[in-house]
Write a protein that binds this ligand. Structure first.
Ligand SMILES: *[C@@H]1O[C@H](CO)[C@@H](O)[C@H](O)[C@H]1NC(C)=O
Ligand SMILES: *[C@@H]1O[C@H](CO)[C@@H](O)[C@H](O)[C@H]1NC(C)=O
Ligand SMILES: *[C@@H]1O[C@H](CO)[C@@H](O)[C@H](O)[C@H]1NC(C)=O
Ligand SMILES: *[C@@H]1O[C@H](CO)[C@@H](O)[C@H](O)[C@H]1NC(C)=O
Ligand SMILES: *[C@@H]1O[C@H](CO)[C@@H](O)[C@H](O)[C@H]1NC(C)=O
Ligand SMILES: *[C@@H]1O[C@H](CO)[C@@H](O)[C@H](O)[C@H]1NC(C)=O
Ligand SMILES: *[C@@H]1O[C@H](CO)[C@@H](O)[C@H](O)[C@H]1NC(C)=O
Length: 926
């Protein structure tokens, strides 16, 4: 202040006068800042976030025209702007109209996580006092301006996650004299991750003597790491993964590092031997390169290690000699190198280890039993080595184990029953060993198992019935190339989530249990090279063209499947196949002469399951060891008669929804069948076209589903779900909405099917569950709470609709949609490329509306999702003609009772609900 007064020669005047002069000076100085900011604001396409950036008309400009109270603007005590912070505000636009020369004082400019476009302007260098510049996560392009060299006081510069191109100009850095007046002299943190900068890393980078963190991963740098980098004597974090760098020698003996990421480059030669000379290295990754030579010697006693990834190189050495004990190590991946020696029991002393992978090396000897005591080990991969000996029964002590891979070794002896104790196991692969003896029935206790591979061993005996208890099993059950005998257990049919089943090359005999037709998720089944015989029932899934099936080389299987002999006596449904049967009759009375009939039955069975005992009574069957899932066992005729009675011979009054869905009946069944009062189930017409998933997958059939048709499908599914949720008492949750469970009739009408896991919704909201449903469709909250609400169906519906638009499962797009603002998603970018783009205005509008519905369905918070009824009403309400639809969004009223939604012209409530601790979206799985 004193300086300013001196400038004005104000020493002699009174205190009051001094104050006034001071005010004038400040006002004059900051007016330019104000004007510049306002001019920039005017140039931005969306100014709503800058509402506070105004100069209200007032008589006292001296107090109002400073930008100091505006959003994101911070001033010093003299009201000079020292900070502009508009990070995470959704700011759009360019820097074109921002005159940086009006801001002589800023120390901090933080605009990260916005949607800024265009280039970083040259005049940014006018902010010559800047300490902190963060432009990361925008859409900036062009090259880094040379004027950045003006930032001699900058401590941190981050331009990560932009489309910035070009090379790192050596002039950005100080010269090597130590007397440099320009360049990034003071910088500690330099970040340009995930940009498009390339060329060589200039040697001058070594002149940033204060550098602590250099993060230039995910770029296109090539050539060597410059040797001068050793002059960055404070360097602690070096992240240069995912470039095209080839010569590592520049790292030399840089031993100050705590983090060194070299992964996914083109490095050859040796790893720096002294990388942990000073015992500071914590996080080290050199994976996916072509490093040769030994494991760096300094790693052996590198107690600080926390995470090490050296997989997929050609490193040599001895795994029992080159590594020590690491108190903090949690993650060690040495897989696919050329390591020799035995597995040392010392690994068990690294007590924090949760991930140990040494697969694909040349390790010999036994698995030390000490390793089987590691309580925190969640993944152990010893595959593709030459381990021998037996698997100890102590394996059951690995209580955290979720992925266990011992495949492709020389392990012998029996599979220890203790494996059944690994209650967290999700994937077990012990294939390609020399294991013998039976499959222990305890394997059936692995209730979280998603994949089981025991193939290519010498396992004999029968397949234990308990395999059917592996309800979670999804990706694979492979018992092939063993010596299994006996019949295929009917319980296998309970694995309704299983995608791939391989029992080939065994000695299995008897007939194929018809219960396998309940395995609706199967897309591949191989029963070849066994001793199976008898007919393949025609009502089973094996007829689906989508199923990759191999039944060849058995003893006497027959059926109408390619490669099989036709059966001598045809098992045709009563009523014959030739004349077009009456809808429901064929499904129920003949137990389905088509596989879709069995779909419906699955639905009914699931409803019956809890009342199994009574069901058996009614059947007057003395033996109780029959499988209630078995189609053969089920007396469809009785059910059919009951349905006839319940629907009064399919009287029109039992139709659900007139016209479009006219073939869906609602039947209310009396006791004793449904002893707990009234229940509801749906009986469907025969669906000639198979599932929606099938149609979308087939390029030709997908073309039949033009845009108007697809909108109709969305409407059809919404109608069905709205009915289940809101018109049934008690309401029914479907719980497995996916394109596999939407069936298409001959006239391409959509029908919701498979109530295999449907649940009646108790109105007190206490619907606890274990995971069921189809991965990729299930709502994110199921990952952290087991409470199912109808909003889980709404979420799955959103995914399904997106799939209808895109022609394939949306995958990663889901998480993007959850992050992005509604208006930033252009429906045209997601439409199925196999179809010509929609031409009619009406269709475009409809698709836009559908897309908006998708966004609302995929809200992370269940409460923010609309109800099925409101979605259905929106779709039906002929709103497509509303021309103002573009700005329309949905908002939920507080009145949950009515589930009413209405149109609003304001934005939706922001969906940035804080993520809970263990929140995990299904698409973000490991
Ligand atoms: C940078 O982006 C702007 C706007 O997004 C575009 O007009 C311009 O062509 C781009 N420049 C370069 C060099 O890609
Ligand atoms: C660097 O900063 C000084 C002082 O603000 C300014 O005069 C000069 O124009 C700036 N240089 C560049 C290239 O922006
Ligand atoms: C970056 O540029 C590519 C084209 O080169 C474009 O597809 C992409 O959307 C741009 N990304 C950002 C964040 O601007
Ligand atoms: C480190 O800096 C000094 C002084 O500038 C220089 O002489 C030396 O060549 C640099 N080291 C490397 C390896 O470039
Ligand atoms: C690394 O240090 C060793 C001795 O510890 C030395 O022999 C070697 O030359 C150094 N390498 C480099 C590149 O400085
Ligand atoms: C292990 O981690 C703890 C906590 O981060 C740290 O205090 C300790 O120094 C580390 N141990 C070693 C040997 O680095
Ligand atoms: C399984 O094989 C073992 C020999 O490896 C044999 O002793 C045993 O009897 C076989 N069991 C069955 C059920 O065939």
């Amino acid at each position: 202040m004193a300086n300013q007064f001196r400038n004005y020669g104000a020493f002699a005047v009174s205190a009051a006068w001094m104050l006034l002069i001071a005010l004038c000076k400040i006002t004059a100085g900051s007016t330019t800042e104000t004007e510049s900011l306002l001019r920039w604001k005017q140039s931005l396409p969306d100014q709503s976030i800058l509402q506070s950036w105004v100069t209200p008309a007032t008589n006292n400009p001296s107090t109002t025209q400073r930008p100091c109270g505006w959003r994101g603007i911070t001033c010093d005590t003299a009201d000079n702007v020292i900070e502009i912070n508009l990070a995470y505000t959704g700011l759009k636009g360019t820097f074109k109209n921002l005159d940086f020369s009006s801001f002589p004082n800023p120390l901090r400019l933080d605009l990260k996580y916005n949607q800024l476009k265009g280039s970083i302007p040259e005049n940014i260098g006018m902010l010559s006092k800047l300490r902190y510049l963060d432009l990361s996560t925008n859409s900036l392009n062009g090259t880094l301006p040379l004027s950045l060299a003006n930032f001699t006081q900058v401590l941190e510069l981050d331009v990560s996650r932009n489309n910035v191109t070009g090379e790192l100009d050596p002039r950005l850095f100080p010269d090597g004299t130590g007397q440099s007046k320009t360049g990034l002299i003071s910088i500690k943190n330099f970040l340009s991750q995930n940009t498009k900068i390339g060329g060589r890393i200039p040697n001058e980078i070594g002149n940033m003597r204060s550098l602590v963190l250099l993060a230039i991963d995910f770029n296109s740098f090539h050539g060597p790491i410059p040797p001068a980098i050793v002059n960055c004597s404070q360097l602690s974090v070096l992240r240069i993964s995912q470039n095209q760098l080839s010569v590592p020698q520049g790292i030399g003996n840089l031993s100050t590092l705590t983090t060194l990421h070299l992964a996914e480059n083109k490095f050859t030669g040796q790893l720096p031997p002294q990388v942990c000379r000073r015992g500071k290295l914590v996080n080290f990754s050199a994976a996916y390169n072509s490093f040769t030579g030994p494991i760096p010697v300094s790693l052996r006693n590198c107690q600080s290690l926390y995470r090490v990834r050296l997989e997929y190189n050609q490193l040599t050495g001895y795994i029992d000699q080159d590594f020590g004990v690491y108190p903090n190590l949690t993650y060690m991946d040495l897989s696919y190198n050329k390591l020799q020696g035995q597995l040392s029991p010392n690994w068990s002393q690294s007590k924090e280890l949760s991930f140990l992978s040494v697969g694909g090396n040349m390790i010999v000897g036994r698995i030390p039993h000490e390793i089987l005591q590691m309580k925190k080990l969640g993944k152990l991969d010893l595959s593709s080595n030459q381990l021998s000996g037996e698997i100890s029964i102590e394996i059951g002590n690995l209580s955290s184990m979720s992925i266990l891979r011992l495949n492709d070794n020389k392990l012998s002896g029996k599979i220890p029953a203790g494996i059944g104790l690994l209650s967290n196991l999700q994937s077990l692969d012990i294939s390609m060993n020399m294991l013998s003896g039976p499959i222990p029935y305890q394997l059936g206790d692995l209730s979280k198992l998603l994949s089981l591979n025991l193939s290519q061993n010498f396992i004999n005996g029968t397949i234990p019935d308990q395999i059917g208890n592996l309800f979670a099993l999804q990706s694979l059950l492979d018992l092939s190339y063993n010596s299994l005998s006996g019949e295929i257990p009917t319980q296998l049919g309970k694995l309704t989530n299983l995608i791939s089943l391989n029992l080939s090359h065994n000695y299995l005999s008897g007939s194929i249990p018809s219960s396998l037709s309940h395995m609706l998720s199967l897309s591949s089944i191989n029963l070849s090279y066994n001793l199976l015989e008898g007919p393949l029932l025609e009502d089973n899934i094996f007829n689906s063209s989508q199923l990759e099936a191999d039944f060849s080389n058995n003893k006497g299987l027959c059926g109408k499947i390619q490669g099989l002999q036709p059966c001598k006596t045809s098992i045709t449904a009563p009523g014959g196949k030739d004349k077009k049967p009456k809808p429901v009759i064929i499904i129920v009375a003949s137990l389905g002469s088509a596989f879709l009939g069995s779909l419906m039955l699955v639905g009914i069975f699931a409803f019956l399951l809890e009342r199994k005992a009574r069901f058996i009574l009614k059947e007057q069957e003395p033996t109780t060891n029959r499988d209630p899932f078995s189609v053969r066992y089920f007396n469809g005729k009785i059910l059919y008669e009951d349905i006839l009675e319940a629907t009064k011979n399919f009287d029109d009054m039992y139709f659900i929804g007139e016209g479009a869905s006219g073939k869906v009946y609602k039947a209310e069944m009396p006791a004793p069948w449904f002893l707990l009062g009234m229940h509801v189930f749906l009986v469907y017409d025969f669906m000639e076209r198979g599932s929606l998933a099938d149609m979308l997958r087939n390029d030709k059939e997908a073309l039949e589903l033009d845009w108007p048709k697809r909108v109709e499908i969305v409407q059809g599914v919404a109608r069905a779900l709205s009915y289940l949720h809101h018109d049934c008492v008690p309401p029914i949750l479907h719980r497995d909405i996916s394109s596999k469970n939407v069936l298409m009739s001959a006239d391409l009408e959509a029908h919701v099917s498979d109530f295999g896991i449907a649940r009646f919704l108790k109105l007190d909201g206490s619907n606890w569950t274990t995971f069921a449903g189809t991965y990729g469709y299930s709502a994110p909250e199921l990952a952290y709470t087991m409470v199912v609400t109808e909003k889980c169906d709404v979420y799955s519906f959103g995914i399904l609709v997106l799939e209808v638009l895109m022609g394939k499962h949306p995958g990663d797009l889901i998480s993007k949609i959850q992050i992005l603002a509604v208006e930033s998603i252009n429906v045209k970018d997601v439409l199925d490329p196999r179809l010509p783009p929609p031409v009619y205005e009406k269709t475009v509008h409809e698709l836009q509306l559908v897309m908006k519905l998708v966004v609302s369905c995929l809200q992370a918070s269940p409460q923010s999702r609309p109800t099925m009824r409101s979605l259905y009403q929106l779709l039906e309400a002929d709103i497509f003609r509303v021309s103002t639809m573009a700005s329309m969004v949905l908002q939920e009223t507080n009145d949950h009772e009515k589930g009413a939604w209405y149109y609003s012209h304001e934005g939706p409530p922001r969906s940035d609900i804080p993520h809970r601790g263990n929140y995990r979206h299904p698409q973000h799985g490991k």
